[in-house]
Write a protein that binds this ligand. Structure first.
Ligand code: XLS
Ligand code: NI
Ligand code: NI
Length: 438
């Protein structure tokens, strides 16, 4: 079998003082952090699409990457080489998982049957590689947004025949994910939204969307797929407005259609900021409503208003994300998937490694820092103290419904006027910064 990354050895943990730029300074897979190994806490994954399919084009420019796994003129041969390259890459990064879209790993055929056959061949090759390398599938998904048939949506398309086509495609993607023992299956509604309300029946489209999810849930139970279903919120791009705007919108939709027990969310850093939230807001909202699933670890650009898929670099931001995660018990079946791409000027194969090594290390560092914050307990104690009034006396009785408006108003009138207390934001920020440098 061809070795694609000949000059790159398996990346090892060498500690914070190493000079080697292709070594981990913080990611030490077997090191225990709060009772689990780092590998178990972070559950890291590489994605197939940005690394092995995308070739560096942008809206104004053609491809910039010349990849050794894309030299064959035969699309199936090329697809097969991409799979080999991906498993070599994941093995050399020494992380446990990968993720894929159906049409990104195997070419579309002339008919659904031909596309399914292509995907099946590649899935069998992935199964073999998984066996050989011990790597696992964090999630699979269907690309229901690239082909022109989906330009007006897949499940939310005005044409029921396109809905049917999308169901056929998602069915096969789920079958293959089950075959590969995927931990999750993701739905990102790339074109499930609209470009203009002038041609859109929003109520109709929302109902179709819910029907699609109900059908997929029924099928999941029928085939006994053990993984979790995840919806990945994003406010816009490629459509002007996407129905899965953010975690709160997704949760309201799930509740309305009785689907909230069947889905969790796959939160993406860059999607959070596009929606006007912080990354940690989305994570906190998901936990607060019992739908936290998995994370696409990437970030956007403060000056550019679209999905940049940068590798994460902001330690303060990530520490807050990891802190909230650790407070809530971390991942179940989810993990950190690097939905990230190198810049189009980063044309060498080693750039793929620099991108991932840096991102893995910063997540590891954020994990260590967040664990330290948990152990210190300063933030947690402050918050507990701040809400203490709700655990006893009047607070407890209000929550238990023991007061009506009149009774509570009477109570308030009998008390001395309550005094505000400091929120201590600066002190809390200092606690995080202190943990970072020491
Ligand atoms: C696009 C999304 C996509 C999903 C999977 O913005 O992040 O890559 O993660 O379809
Ligand atoms: Ni994503
Ligand atoms: Ni994205």
């Amino acid at each position: 079998m061809t070795e694609f990354f000949k000059d790159i050895p398996v990346i090892k943990y060498e500690g914070p003082t190493t000079k080697n730029l292709l070594a981990y300074r913080f990611y030490d897979p077997q090191k225990k952090v709060l009772g689990k190994t780092m590998e178990e806490q972070l559950r890291l994954a590489v994605c197939a699409w940005h690394n092995f399919v995308w070739a560096g084009h942008d809206i104004f420019g053609e491809e910039t990457f010349i990849r050794p796994w894309k030299q064959s003129a035969d699309p199936m041969q090329q697809a097969s080489q991409r799979v080999d390259a991906m498993f070599e890459f994941v093995t050399k990064l020494n992380i446990p998982f990968f993720t894929f879209h159906d049409r990104d790993v195997a070419p579309e055929g002339k008919t659904i049957q031909e596309s399914n056959d292509n995907l099946q061949k590649i899935a069998d090759q992935m199964a073999e590689q998984m066996q050989k390398t011990g790597k696992k599938l964090l999630w699979g998904t269907a690309n229901l947004f690239s082909h022109r048939r989906y330009m007006a949506g897949a499940a939310t398309n005005p044409d029921p025949e396109i809905f049917a086509y999308a169901v056929a495609q998602a069915k096969k993607a789920l079958d293959v994910t089950q075959q590969l023992k995927g931990e999750n299956y993701v739905f990102w509604g790339g074109r499930e939204g609209y470009d203009t309300l002038l041609n859109t029946d929003m109520k109709q489209e929302t109902e179709q969307f819910a029907r699609f999810f109900h059908m997929m849930v029924d099928y999941k139970h029928k085939i006994g797929f053990k993984g979790d279903f995840l919806i990945e919120p994003k406010p816009c791009e490629p459509t002007k407005h996407q129905y899965d705007y953010d975690t709160a919108t997704v949760y309201a939709f799930l509740k309305k259609f009785g689907l909230e027990k069947e889905f969790n969310v796959n939160i993406e850093g860059n999607h959070a900021t596009l929606a006007g939230h912080s990354f940690s807001h989305e994570v906190a909202y998901a936990y607060a409503n019992g739908i936290f699933g998995s994370v696409d670890a990437n970030i956007g650009d403060a000056q550019l208003g679209w999905d940049m898929d940068y590798f994460p670099v902001d330690i303060t931001d990530l520490t807050q994300v990891l802190y909230i995660m650790l407070l809530n018990g971390g991942f179940g079946r989810g993990g950190f998937n690097f939905d990230t791409k190198v810049r189009r000027q980063s044309i060498e194969l080693s750039d793929l490694f620099y991108g991932h090594v840096g991102a893995i290390d910063i997540l590891a560092r954020a994990l260590l820092t967040a664990a330290k914050l948990i152990e210190e307990g300063l933030i947690k104690d402050f918050v507990a103290e701040r809400y203490m009034g709700w655990n006893k006396g009047v607070g407890k009785d209000i929550l238990a419904g023991k007061f009506d408006v009149e009774k509570l108003a009477q109570h308030a009138m009998q008390q001395a006027a309550p005094q505000p207390k400091t929120g201590r934001q600066e002190m809390l920020q200092n606690i995080i910064n202190n943990a970072l440098i020491s």
